[in-house]
Design a protein around this ligand. Structure first.
Ligand code: SME
Length: 163
């Protein structure tokens, strides 16, 4: 596959519906994790826009595990996030999707980019443990809804299979 096809003027839901099978096809037959995560972020960014879309991967550092920046699309971002810190660390700790309509009202939000206004973070679980998070920042306030939760949950299940 060389390009992503998304209907013009489509709603967010229609974009996800068109995108999902293309994401599955994009990673089918490729086993390399970084290659797949890189293509997934590129396809998500191309289809959905947003300010920043990317993965943080749980990695063992000197003493403890932390989130380390993985493949992403958008402005440069902070490289390491501790357990429980920021929206990403909270999604990791709570093993739950975090939907933040206004990042300025989220205690401890880590502002990698001052243009971010709302954010959604989806934990990727493997055998009950969080192994990565998918983080999306929007430059618009309140830009995420149940539609994003529903579809990003499905996308996280695709990602789970390749990690
Ligand atoms: N805002 C995130 C940090 C990562 S950046 O948005 C790319 C957080 O609070 O965890």
């Amino acid at each position: 596959m060389e390009s992503i096809a998304i209907p013009a003027q489509a709603s967010r839901k229609e974009k996800y519906e068109a995108l999902f099978p293309q994401l599955a096809a994009l990673i089918a037959g490729e086993k390399d994790c970084i290659a797949n995560l890189s293509n997934l972020t590129a396809a998500l960014k191309e289809a959905l826009g947003f300010l920043w879309i990317g993965f943080y991967l749980v990695k063992k550092s000197d003493s403890a595990e932390e989130l380390v920046l993985g493949p992403f699309q958008g402005p440069v971002a902070c490289t390491r996030i501790a357990f429980g810190k920021g929206v990403c660390g909270a999604a990791w700790k709570q093993k739950q999707i975090m939907l933040v309509p206004d990042v300025e009202k989220f205690p401890g939000h880590i502002a990698c980019n001052t243009a971010a206004r709302s954010e959604i973070v989806v934990p990727i679980l493997k055998n009950g443990a969080v192994v990565a998070v998918l983080d999306i920042d929007s430059h618009l306030p309140g830009d995420f809804s149940e539609t994003d939760i529903e579809w990003l949950q499905k996308i996280s299940e695709l990602v789970e299979e390749i990690l």
